[in-house]
Design a binder for this molecule. Structure first.
Ligand SMILES: [Cu+2]
Length: 421
């Protein structure tokens, strides 16, 4: 009887165990967006709270489940036994009741202490991390000492469906025509305060291996801090449903050695280099002005009007495109590296020019800027994306026509954008 019970239990338990075992190999836990592979103090703190809770719940599960199984087995009716009389309802055992209430409170306190301290810890940069920053060096000129000893501040602005990053202390802002879209770059081992805002709806900022998630709310400034302890390439994601292309609203975090970070800042502040006269790129640059791209995009040194879409001044220095949805590296080489690298996904292969160009053509050609075969805007890459399609008046008859880009025009635009290092 008892063994039959056990084998029945086993029938249910076996596939469950198989599932758990299959889902939990070490490689699976260190995938691109894994909270179980923390790479900085904030993520580590969040992981620790999670594990505290898991262990407490495991203990409770074993205790309660064990008592239940014991009661079922011990008090089962045996063959030949007459049915036991139903136990009369009584007040119960006060000692057991008080014990259980005390144990429940104890369990809650056990979870509350690390949870509350983690909430305080993740809210703002702890005092001991403050004097480490080297803002003056990164800014390229001496700063006031009071300013120089502040932590590095990054303003993160959520838009449908991409992130804009601004570094107010370093002069990399949208107002200064030098904002950084889609790929946030930070120095290794330095505390960074993140100020979160939204220019439209609610978004949420999340880099599973480094920290998160905190919401970006319209009309409100939220705050968190991060620090990454390993150089590398990390994957982030909007974690609050924000419309059609929410699932495509990714971003990247590039963690550099402080010296490389200083070089990156200097490069970002430079204007775009002039394009060679008579080149395909020059043709693309002219199209960029003629085909309304300038209305939404800034290219420092070339055009300076657009602020609605991402700043493209240093587009060609980025590893991804369109809210980090399209990867400009060789995807096969990157996957292979991620599977073999002992560090997991932190290593990154360099950008592949052919992949980058194909992505640009795919993006511009399907963004609604170019009309599809039926004359209607196409939006394959990111459904509903805000890179709009303009209806133009054609000179001959002042009739509305759709903005169409030929394959040659797309090629020229891509060649131009690829010069924006
Ligand atoms: Cu979203």
């Amino acid at each position: 009887m008892f063994s039959r019970l056990l084998s029945r239990l086993g029938l249910f338990a076996a596939p469950l165990f198989a599932l758990v075992a299959a889902g939990c190999s070490k490689a699976d836990l260190t995938v691109r967006q894994s909270t179980l592979d923390p790479k900085g103090p904030v993520a580590q703190m969040q992981y620790d709270v999670f594990m505290d809770t898991v262990w407490l719940v495991v203990v409770l599960f074993v205790l309660v489940g064990g008592l239940l199984v014991y009661a079922v087995v011990r008090f089962r009716s045996r063959p030949g036994e007459t049915a036991a009389p139903i136990v009369e309802e009584g007040h119960g055992n006060p000692l057991v009741e008080i014990g259980l209430i005390t144990a429940s409170i104890g369990a809650l306190v056990f979870i509350a202490v690390p949870t509350l301290s983690a909430i305080w810890y993740t809210d703002d940069v702890p005092a001991e991390s403050v004097p480490k920053s080297k803002l003056s060096a990164w800014y390229g000129q001496p700063l006031d000492k009071a300013v120089a000893e502040q932590v590095l501040e990054i303003d993160v602005i959520g838009k449908q469906w991409w992130f804009r990053f601004e570094y107010p202390q370093l002069g990399l802002t949208n107002d200064a025509k030098h904002s950084v879209p889609n790929e946030m770059v930070i120095p290794k081992g330095v505390a960074v305060r993140i100020n979160l805002r939204s220019e439209d709806v609610i978004h949420s900022f999340w880099i599973p291996k480094i920290a998160g998630k905190v919401d970006l709310m319209p009309g409100r400034k939220n705050r968190m801090w991060i620090q990454a302890d390993q150089v590398g390439h990390y994957y982030g994601q909007c974690a609050e449903f924000c419309g059609d292309s929410h699932a495509y609203m990714l971003f990247r975090v590039e963690v550099l050695e402080p010296a490389d970070f200083a070089k990156w800042v200097a490069a970002q502040k430079a204007d775009a280099a002039p394009v060679a006269a008579g080149s395909k790129a020059e043709q693309g640059k002219n199209l960029f002005a003629a085909k309304s791209c300038v209305m939404c995009h800034n290219v420092g040194g070339h055009f300076g009007a657009g602020a609605f879409g991402p700043d493209l001044t240093h587009l060609a220095s980025r590893k991804s495109l369109a809210g980090a949805w399209l990867d400009n590296r060789d995807p096969k080489a990157q996957r292979a590296l991620e599977q073999t690298s002992p560090l997991g996904t932190e290593a990154s292969v360099p950008v592949d020019r052919a992949t980058f160009k194909a992505n640009l053509i795919k993006w511009i050609g399907s963004s609604g800027i170019a009309a599809g075969a039926d004359g209607q805007p196409t939006k394959d890459v990111k459904p509903g994306n805000r890179m709009h399609y303009y209806k133009m008046f054609n000179v001959a008859g002042l009739r509305e026509t759709h903005q169409k880009l030929t394959a040659d025009e797309l090629d020229a635009l891509a060649e131009y954008l690829l010069t924006l290092k």
